[in-house]
Design a protein around this ligand. Sequence first.
Ligand SMILES: *[C@@H]1O[C@H](CO)[C@@H](O)[C@H](O)[C@H]1NC(C)=O
Ligand SMILES: *[C@@H]1O[C@H](CO)[C@@H](O)[C@H](O)[C@H]1NC(C)=O
Ligand SMILES: *[C@@H]1O[C@H](CO)[C@@H](O)[C@H](O)[C@H]1NC(C)=O
Ligand SMILES: *[C@@H]1O[C@H](CO)[C@@H](O)[C@H](O)[C@H]1NC(C)=O
Length: 967
Amino acid sequence: MGILFFFYSLVCFLLVISESFSSSSVMMHHVCSPTEAFALLHFKQFFQISDQPRCLDETDMQYERHVDIPKTKSWNESRDCCSWDGVTCDMLTGHVIGLDLSCSLLNGAIHPNSSLFQLHHLRTLNLAYNELYSSSIPHNIGRLRNLRHLNLSHSFFEGEIPTEISYLSNLVSLELFCYGCELDERTFETILQNFTNLEVLSLYDVNISSPIPVNISSSLRYVDLGRTYLRGVLTESFFLLPKLERLYLRDNDLLKGVLPKIHPSNTLLELDISSTGISGELPDSIGTFSSLNILDMWGCQLSGHIPDSVGNLTQIRYLDFSNNHFTGHIPSTISKLKQLTFLGLSSNSFSGEIPDIFSNLQELSYLYLRNSSFIGSFPSTIVSLTQLQRLDLSYNSLNGTIPSLVFSLPLLSLLWLEHNKFSGLANEFKTNSTLEHLYLSHNQLSGSFLQSLASLTNLSTLDLSSNNITVDEGIQITFPSLEVLLLSSCELKDFPHFLTNVKKLQILDISNNKIRGQIPNWFSGIRWDNLSYLNLSHNSLTGHLPQFHFYNLRYLDLKFNSLQGPLPATICNMNNLTFLDLSRNNFNNSIPSCWGSMTSLIVLNLRRNNFAGSLPPLCAKSTSLMSTIVLNDNHFEGTLPVSLLNCSGLEVLDMGNNAINDTFPAWLGTLQQLQVLILKSNVFHGPISTCQSTFCFPKLRIFDLSRNEFSGSLPAKNFGNFKAMIKLDGKDTGEIKYMEPFLRSLYPSYEDSVSLVIKGQDIELERISTIMTTIDLSSNHFEGVIPKTLKDLSSLWLLNLSHNNLIGHIPMELGQLNRLEALDLSWNRLTGKIPQELTKLTFLEKLNLSQNVLVGPIPHGPQFNTFENDSYGGNLDLCGSPLSKQCGTSDPSHVPQPLESEDESYFFSGFTWESVVIGYSCGLVVGTVVWSFMFKYRKPEWFVEFFEGIYPKKMRRSMKRAQRLRT
Ligand SMILES: *[C@@H]1O[C@H](CO)[C@@H](O)[C@H](O)[C@H]1NC(C)=O
Ligand SMILES: *[C@@H]1O[C@H](CO)[C@@H](O)[C@H](O)[C@H]1NC(C)=O
Ligand SMILES: *[C@@H]1O[C@H](CO)[C@@H](O)[C@H](O)[C@H]1NC(C)=O
Ligand SMILES: *[C@@H]1O[C@H](CO)[C@@H](O)[C@H](O)[C@H]1NC(C)=O
C-alpha cells in the first residue's frame, strides 16, 4: 500500500511537472535560463541611458531611419528575460540566441570580462549606434562561437579588433563601421578567406592598411571596405565572386590598379570605387555589368575615352565619372540609360560641345557637367528634363544666351552656371519658378536685367558677381526669399535701392564696384535682423560710418574705401561681430572705449588709417577669441595694453608703423599660439628682456622688431625659445592647405595680411605662408656679437640684422641655417673673414654684408658665385671675385665704391618677392581658428547649399550619399 501510494504520488508528480512544462512551452512563460537572465542584468548594470539620440537623423544605405529606444529599461527580474526588449530566445531550449540593442542609448564601456560573453548560444548580436566610448572590442568576443550576425557599427569602439574575432567562422554578417579601429592583416585575410558563410562584410573606416587577399570567400554578397587604407593592387578576385551584389571600396587612395578586363557575373548591383587610386582606361567589359544600379567612379585616376558599352548599363540609376582624366567625347550611348537619376561627368577633359544625349533621360534629377572644357551654347535638350532638380554647367566655356525655359523646369532648385561666357539671359520668365539657388558669376552678362529675375520668387541665393551688370535705380524687386546676394565686381554705381524690399538677407556682397559717396541713410536704416555678412570693400565710399541696424552681423568688410571720421560708438552694439576689416580708409580719432565689450571678434584689421590715441583695450575679456590683430600704419601711441594677455588664441599681432612707446613685451611670450609678432617702426626701446616662463613664443615664425630704438645685445636666449623656427612643423600645414580654398570662398575678400620687409622690399603679404620664418631686427641700436644660437633656428628663411652696431665675427655656425634665402648683416661693425661655411647655404638668394669691416677673400661656392659687388661694398679689406681687388695685392685704386645711400631698395631692386611668396603660400594662419569657429555653430541650410560645389572632398562625399538616398 505504501509502495502503491508512493507510485501514485510519483505519477501525479510527473504529470504535474510535464503539464507545467508543456504549458510553459506553449505560453512561453519562464523559459529563460536564470543564468542567462542574470548575465543580461549584470551586463545592463554597466551602462547609463544616454540623452543623446544616435539614430534619430542617421540614414545610411542599409539602414532605415531609426528611433532610439532605451531597450534595457524594460529589463527586470519580474518578467521572463525572453520577453525583454531586444532579447530573442530559442523557443525550444529557452536559450538567449539574439540580442538587438542597436539604437538603445547605451552609454558606457564594455568590460573585457563582461557577462555578455557568457551568452554562448547567441546567434545575433547587434550593438550598433550606442555610445560605447573608449571601449575596445573585447577578446572574449571569440567565445561566442555560434554567432551568425555581429554588428558593432557606429558605437565608438576603438583600438585593435581582437584576433579572436577570427574564431567566429560561422558568421553570415559582420558589420564594424568603426572609426578608430584597427584590424591586422592576418585577421582580415582569415575573415575574407575562411568565413565560408560570410555574406555581408562592412568594415568602413577600420584601419586595415593591407592588400586585398587573392582568395575571397565565394559566399559574399555585400562588401564595404570604404576608407580602410587598403594598399596594393585591386585584383580580379571581387569581380569573380558569383553572388556579389554590392562592392564599396571608396576613399582608399592607396589602392591602385586597373579595372579588370573580364566578363564578370551579372549580379553586381552597386559598385563604388570613388576616391581610389584606380587608373587606366575603363574596359569595354564595363558594359557587361548589366544589372548595375549604381556606378560611382568619382575621383579616381581613370583616363582615355568612356567606352560606348556604358550604354549597355540599362539598369543604371546613379552614374558618376566626375573628377577623372577622361578625354574625347561623351558617348552618345548614354542616351540609352533611361533609368538615370544622377549623372556626374564633371572635372574631366572632354572636348567639344555637350552632346545631345538628354532627351531620353526623363528620370534625370541631378546633372553635373562642371569644369570639363565644354564649348558651344547651352544644351537645349536639357530644358526637357522635367525631373531635373540640380544642374551644374559651371566652369566651362559655354556662350550665348541662357534659355528662359530652364527656369521653367518644374523641380529645378539649384542652377550653377558660373565661370562661363554666357552673354545674355532671356528677358522674361513667365513661371512661378522653384529655383532656389542661382549662380551666374564670372560670365559676360551685362546691362540691367535684374528686373527679369523678379519672378524667381523662391530664390534664396543669387550670385551675379564678376559680370558687367548695372542696377537701374528705379527697379522694384521683392525677392521674398532671398538670403544671399552677391554682386561684387560688377558695374554698380549706387547702393541698389531694391534692397529695401529684401527682408531676409543674410549675406550681401557689393564689393569691388564703382559706388561713390556716402553710405545712404536708407541703407543704414534698414533693419536686417539676419544679416551676418556685409562686404562693401573696394568702392569709393566717403563720409562717416553710419550706425547700422544689423545687430547680428558677423563679418563687416569696409576696406579700400575713403571713409573717414571717428568710428561710431554704436559699432560696439554688434555683439556677434567676428571679422572687422576697416583697413585702408581715412578713419581717425581714437577707438571708442566700449571696444572691450566686443567679445566675439576674431579678426581685427585697422591697417592704414589715421587712428590715434592710445591703443584700444584689446581682448578686454578673458574669454577673448581674437586670433588676428593688425593695427599697422596708424598713429597709435602709448604702451601696449596689458589686456593682450587675455588673447590666448592670438596668432597674428601686427602693431607696425605707429608711435608706440614701450619696452619689449616679453610677456607676450606666454601667448602660445602667437605666430606673427610685428612691432616695426615704433619707438620701442631698451634691451630685449628674456621671457620668464618655460615656453616662450613657441610658435613664432615672423619676428619683426625693425626700425625701433632697441638696444643692448641680441636676444640670444629668446631665439632658443622659437620652437617653430627650430623645426618646421609640417604637421598641420597639409590641413590648412586643404581648408584654405573653402575659407577663401566663404569670406571671399578676407585676407590675413601683414606687411614685412622681405628681401629688401616692403611688402604686404596677403597670406602668411607657414614656411616663411623670418627674424628682422634691423635698424635698431643692438650691439655686441651675433649669437651662435641663431644656428638652431633651422627653418629660418630670412634674417636681417642690418643697421645696428654689431661687432665681432660672422659666426660660421650661420652656415647651418640651410633654409636661409636672404641674409642681411650690412651696416654694422663686423670684423674678420667671411666664413667659408656660408657657402653651404644652398638656398641663399640674397646676401648683403656691405658696410662692415670684413677682411680677406670672398668665399667661392654655388650661391656665392651669383652675388655681385654690392653684397660686399664698403668693406675696405675684402678681396677676390666679384670685387676687382685681387687677394694678396694691396692696390688702393681697386677699393670698391662706398654706397651712395642708405636706402636698401637699391640693393634688392628687381627681386620679385611674389614668386617666392606665392610659390610657398600654404595657407592662412588663421585658417584653423576660423574653421573651428565656423563649425562650432550649426551651419544654416543656405550655407550647405551655397558652398556645395567647393566643399572639401570629404564633406562632399557624405553629401552625395545623402543625395543618392533621396533619389
Ligand atoms: C584559412 O584557410 C586556409 C586554407 O584555405 C588555411 O590554410 C588557414 O590555416 C586557415 N586559417 C585559419 C585561421 O583558420
Ligand atoms: C554593348 O555595347 C556595345 C557598344 O555599344 C555593343 O556593340 C554591344 O552589342 C552591346 N552588348 C550587349 C550585350 O548588349
Ligand atoms: C560660341 O562659341 C562657339 C565655339 O567657340 C563659337 O563658334 C560661336 O560663335 C560662339 N557664339 C557666340 C554667340 O559667341
Ligand atoms: C505659384 O506657386 C504657389 C505655391 O506653389 C501657388 O500658390 C501659386 O498659385 C503659383 N502661382 C502661379 C502664377 O502659378
